[in-house]
Design a protein around this ligand. Structure first.
Ligand code: NAD
Length: 370
C-alpha cells in the first residue's frame, strides 16, 4: 500500500499498527477502523500473503457488519503473516506475541478468522484477556458447534418470506457448502418444513428432487466424508449446485461464486447469503432486476458476530441465540421494507442503514479517536 491516507475517509481508519519482531518472525498489522459504536471486534486472519490493504478493507467491512448487526462495537481487523498450518508451537508463539504487542490497544477485541480458531483465541485471552469465540472451558460459546450463523440465517429466511409468494413448508432449498454454516442452516430450515433438494461441498453436489435426509448428510460430514457419498441421490460436479431448480438458494462456501457471467444460471426465488461476499455487486443487480430477492451477507450471516459479542458481555448461550433471532429478524424486515419502498438493492438499503447508525454514534462524540 503506497499511502494509507489514500484509503482514509471520514469513518476511518483510526489506527493502523504494524508489528515486526524479526527474532521470532512476527509480522502483523492491526487496523482499528472506527470505534464510535464501541470497541472494535474483528477477526485475526493468518495467511502467508495477507497485506495491510486487505486488513484495511476487512476492518471497514467489520465497521459496517457490527453496526448493521446493532452491536455496541466498531470495526477492526488484524492480520498475521504466516502459514496457519505451521507447527503448533511456533503458531502459538506468534499469536501470543501478537497479542502482547497489542496489549494496550483496548479498542480492539480479537476474534477468530481464516487461519485462526478458538484455541488461538484462548492463547490471546491468556495473554491479554481480550478475545471472543473462546473454548467453552474458558467461558466461550462455541458458535460453530451450536450453529449460531445458521440459526440466524433461518430467521432471516423466515422474515424474507414475507416478501415472497411461497411458504417455508415444502420450500425446496439448495445449499452450497455443507460446513459449519451450511449444515446448520439446512438443519434449522428442515425443522421448519423445508426440503433440501441439493447440497454441495468441495467434492461435488448431491441432488434428489424428493429431498435429502439432513441427519444422514451431517453424519457423513462428521465421519470426515463428502456429501457426495450420500447414496440416495444423483452426484454432480461442485458447480452444478448453481443450476438446481429450487425456491431458496443459500451460498455458504466461498467468495465470488456468483458473478455476472453465471448469475443467469440461478433458478430460484430467494437467495440468502451465508458466506461472505459470495455474490458480486453486479450479479446482485441482475438478481434484483429479475425479481429474485437477495439478502446480503452482512445482514444475513451476522449470527456469528452477535454470538461473539454476547459472549464478551458474559451472556449465556440461550441469551445469545435469542439476541441473534431478535436482531436479525428486525434488521431483515427493516432492510427489505426500505429496499421495497425505495426500489433499491437490499445491499444498498443495508449499507445506508449501517451508515446511519455509525453517523449517529459519531455525532455523540467529541472525538472519535478514544
Ligand atoms: P467451513 O470450512 O466449516 O465449511 C465450508 C464448506 O464449504 C465445506 O463443506 C467445504 O467443503 C465447502 N466448500 C469449499 N469450497 C467449495 C466450493 N467451491 N463449492 C462448494 N462447497 C465448497 O466454513 P464455514 O464456517 O461454514 O464458513 C462458510 C462461509 O461462511 C465462509 O465464507 C465464511 O467466511 C462465512 N461465514 C462463516 C461464519 C461462521 O459462523 N462460521 C459466519 C459468517 C460468515
Amino acid at each position: 500500500m503506497d499511502n494509507i491516507f489514500s484509503f482514509a475517509d471520514e469513518l476511518g481508519p483510526l489506527k493502523v499498527i504494524h508489528i515486526h519482531e524479526p527474532a521470532i518472525g512476527l509480522k502483523g498489522v492491526l487496523v482499528v477502523d472506527n470505534v464510535a459504536r464501541g470497541p472494535s471486534i474483528g477477526g485475526l486472519r493468518m495467511a502467508p500473503d495477507v497485506t495491510t490493504e486487505e486488513c484495511v478493507r476487512l476492518a471497514r467491512a467489520m465497521t459496517f457488519k457490527n453496526s448493521a448487526a446493532g452491536l455496541p462495537h466498531g470495526g477492526g481487523k488484524a492480520v498475521l503473516v504466516g502459514d496457519p498450518k505451521m507447527p503448533l508451537q511456533q503458531k502459538e508463539t506468534l499469536i501470543r506475541a501478537m497479542a502482547c504487542a497489542l496489549r494496550e490497544v483496548e479498542q480492539y477485541i480479537f476474534a477468530p478468522d481464516m487461519g485462526t480458531n478458538e484455541e488461538c483465541m484462548a492463547w490471546v485471552q491468556d495473554e491479554i484477556g481480550r478475545a471472543v469465540a473462546l473454548p467453552r472451558e474458558v467461558g466461550g460459546i462455541p458458535l460453530d458447534e451450536i450453529g449460531a450463523t445458521g440459526w440466524g440465517l433461518s430467521h432471516v429466511v423466515d422474515e424474507s418470506l414475507k416478501f415472497c409468494d411461497f411458504d417455508i413448508r415444502d420450500a425446496r432449498i439448495a445449499v452450497q457448502g455443507f460446513g459449519a454454516v451450511g449444515k446448520h442452516v439446512t438443519n434449522f430450515l428442515c425443522q421448519d418444513g423445508a426440503i433440501p433438494v441439493a447440497v454441495s461441498d468441495s467434492k461435488g453436489t448431491i441432488y434428489n428432487p424428493d429431498g435429502l435426509d439432513v441427519k444422514k448428510l451431517i453424519a457423513l460430514k462428521e465421519e470426515g466424508k463428502s456429501v457426495t457419498e450420500y447414496t440416495d441421490g444423483e452426484k454432480h460436479s461442485q458447480d452444478a449446485i448453481i443450476d438446481i431448480e429450487c425456491d431458496i438458494w443459500i451460498p455458504a462456501a466461498r467468495p465470488d461464486v456468483i458473478h455476472e457471467d453465471n448469475v443467469h444460471r440461478l433458478n430460484t426465488k430467494l437467495v440468502v447469503e451465508g458466506a461472505n461476499i459470495p455474490i458480486t455487486y453486479g450479479a446482485e443487480k441482475v438478481l434484483h432486476k429479475n425479481g429474485i430477492l437477495c439478502v446480503p451477507d452482512f445482514i444475513a450471516n451476522a449470527g456469528g458476530v452477535i454470538c461473539a459479542a454476547m459472549e464478551y458481555q458474559g451472556a449465556t448461550e440461550s441469551a445469545a441465540l435469542a439476541a441473534i433471532e431478535e436482531k436479525l429478524r428486525r434488521n431483515t424486515l427493516e432492510v427489505l421494507h426500505t429496499a421495497e419502498r425505495d426500489q433499491v438493492l437490499p445491499r444498498d438499503a443495508s449499507l445506508a442503514m449501517a451508515r446511519k447508525r455509525i453517523d449517529r454514534a459519531m455525532s455523540f462524540r467529541r472525538w472519535n479517536i478514544f
